[in-house]
Design a protein around this ligand. Sequence first.
Ligand SMILES: [Zn+2]
Length: 50
Amino acid sequence: MFSIFRKKCAICKKKAAQPRKYYDDQRKPIVVCSACVSYAERRAFQKRGF
Ligand SMILES: [Zn+2]
């Protein structure tokens, strides 16, 4: 079975080591790596609850 899509950070485009789930400003579900979380918070991306 294929793994789900690879979790790449939507901000730095690198493979996210510890991906956090957010919605971007267009309400698209994105993944943000731990290094970019503060950026996501600043952009007011919304956290995706589980
Ligand atoms: Zn990142």
